[in-house]
Design a protein around this ligand. Structure first.
Ligand code: NDP
Ligand code: 8X3
Length: 250
């Protein structure tokens, strides 16, 4: 039976690459994001490969999130795979200089938004006693780097929530995984630095992970046999050893 995947943050970066990877393998897609024009363009491109439905909502908005999931047409209602990917860093400041709006954005999107989407979708999985949830964490969920404070906190929370989901959903046979990448060349730094030219220097001098590299790992995780769950993946580009060790001459 063809499976259906629900991907948040599908308008760019890792989410978009995952949509392409899944489409290549004929997985039906529900693609979410705030930028409607991008959703439409991606839908148009992928409809040649699979069935695609788009949902345009902000995962910070609890009510809209539930309404969006409830609005799914019959052919897309059954979600077999949930990829909780939407998220970003906002700012890179020492804790004493941090911006309250940045902190709100990271906690509201990376943590609370992930919870809202999960809450809207998990009941159908527990009812069917099947499903796979993959939360996109980060190496920042495993270690803390200078000025990473709240972003790292949000990703540590994602990791704890993932482990909690795995325990609570264990009686239902639902797989729960975390995929935690290090530096990936996406729009992530443009968002973090709010369009500042600093964003262009983050991935220079070495070959960072590409969104497709992460998408391939996500696809690997969802194609294991029923008795195998890839619980937790930490992945770096070869030039990166941890959050603060990057060989820029690689
Ligand atoms: P991008 O900025 O390229 O993509 C972020 C995605 O999240 C976009 O599709 C964006 O869509 C969506 N998004 C952001 N805020 C919201 C919101 N409020 N409501 C709905 N969707 C939202 O970055 P990445 O692809 O790199 O990031 C994807 C995930 O990977 C994030 O969780 C990030 O923390 C994580 N990650 C990234 C790493 C990196 O180095 N790039 C490393 C480790 C983890 P739109 O703006 O259209 O809503
Ligand atoms: C993204 C990786 O190192 O910029 O989560 O925090 S990092």
């Amino acid at each position: 039976m063809t499976r259906t995947a629900f991907i948040t943050g599908a308008t760019s970066g890792i989410g978009e690459a995952t949509a392409y990877e899944f489409a290549k393998h004929g997985i039906k897609l529900v693609l979410c994001g705030r930028r409607l024009h991008r959703l439409k363009t991606i839908q148009e491109a992928l409809e040649r490969l699979t069935d695609v439905h788009i949902l345009n909502f902000d995962i910070r908005d609890k009510q809209h999130t539930f309404e969006a999931v409830a609005s799914l047409p019959e052919a897309f209602k059954r979600i077999d795979i949930l990829i909780n990917n939407a998220g970003n860093a906002h700012g890179l400041d020492a804790i004493q200089d941090g911006d309250l709006d940045d902190w709100d954005a990271m906690m509201d999107i990376n943590v609370k938004g992930l919870l809202y989407v999960s809450k809207a979708i998990i009941p159908q999985m527990t009812e069917r006693k099947s499903g796979h949830i993959i939360n996109i964490g980060s190496s920042a969920g495993k270690e803390v780097y200078p000025k990473g404070n709240v972003y790292c906190g949000s990703k540590h929370a994602v990791l704890a929530i993932t482990e909690g989901m795995r325990v609570d959903l264990n009686p239902f046979g639902i797989k729960v995984s975390a995929v935690n990448p290090g530096l990936v060349e996406t729009e992530f730094s443009k968002v973090r630095f709010k369009g500042d030219a600093k964003a262009n220097t983050v991935y220079t001098g070495f070959k960072a992970l590409q969104a497709k590299d992460v998408a391939e790992v996500i696809h690997f995780a969802i194609t294991r046999p029923p008795h195998v769950n890839i619980a937790d993946v930490l992945m770096f580009c070869t030039a990166q050893a941890n959050s603060v060790t990057v060989n820029k001459n690689f």
